[in-house]
Design a protein around this ligand. Structure first.
Ligand code: SF4
Length: 204
């Protein structure tokens, strides 16, 4: 088992998160599906990791109701995002997590970080090993700006400086994905946040 992932899991536990480490995304998916009580409404944040793992399909096959704005037509998306905030279970990924367990997210409209902070009582944060960074907050933000944002910009065909050149240039960015930055010093109160660490590269 990947020692680094186990160290990150210990660090997350010391910050009040539940944390588990899996060798494969298949094992992680089995854990998540087995952990969610029957017949839940599960909302999903924008996440390539979740999509790669096909968790939305597997949750439906297991009898859950899935709310995912990525599947919704644009005119109905805002209403679904509000509905997602009231779901009992939420599933998303993280943009970066440091070896000492600091999770950092950068959102465009904030629906994901809002649900991580408040709303759903149980949040699963599914994180591939490629999201782990050495160092602290600055290194986590650097990873997001240099790896996650350029990858997402290209995937979404956004003409942001990071998507075109691979480098962030805030002053020239007219279609920014980076409106809100949230780091979790400790697990949010009043809810369970289960971090699922996987020894595979997932998402970007
Ligand atoms: S601010 Fe703009 S250029 Fe910089 S990483 Fe975010 S989307 Fe890319």
């Amino acid at each position: 088992m990947n020692d680094m992932l186990n160290r990150v899991a210990d660090a997350l536990r010391s910050r009040g998160f539940d944390a588990a480490v899996f060798e494969s995304s298949a094992d992680a998916a089995s854990f998540i599906l087995g952990d969610i009580p029957e017949g839940q409404t599960v909302a999903i944040g924008g996440s390539m990791t979740v999509k790669q793992m096909d968790l939305h399909t597997r949750l439906r096959q297991a009898g859950h109701t899935v709310l995912w704005h990525w599947e919704e037509e644009p005119a109905k998306r805002a209403a679904l995002l509000h509905e997602a905030m009231n779901a009992p279970v939420y599933l998303c990924s993280a943009n970066a997590v440091t070896e000492d367990g600091l999770m950092v997210q950068i959102d465009g409209n904030g629906n994901r970080v809002a649900a991580m902070c408040y709303g759903p009582n149980t949040v699963y944060v599914v994180i591939g090993r490629n999201k782990i960074v050495e160092g602290g907050y600055q290194q986590a933000v650097r990873r997001i700006k240099q790896v996650a944002c350029p990858g997402n910009a290209r995937r979404l065909n956004l003409s942001t400086p990071c998507g075109i050149t691979g480098s962030c240039d805030v002053s020239a960015c007219r279609n920014s994905m980076c409106h809100i930055t949230v780091s979790f010093d400790l697990a949010p109160g009043g809810k369970r946040t289960q971090v699922v660490l996987i020894d595979e590269d997932l998402g970007c």
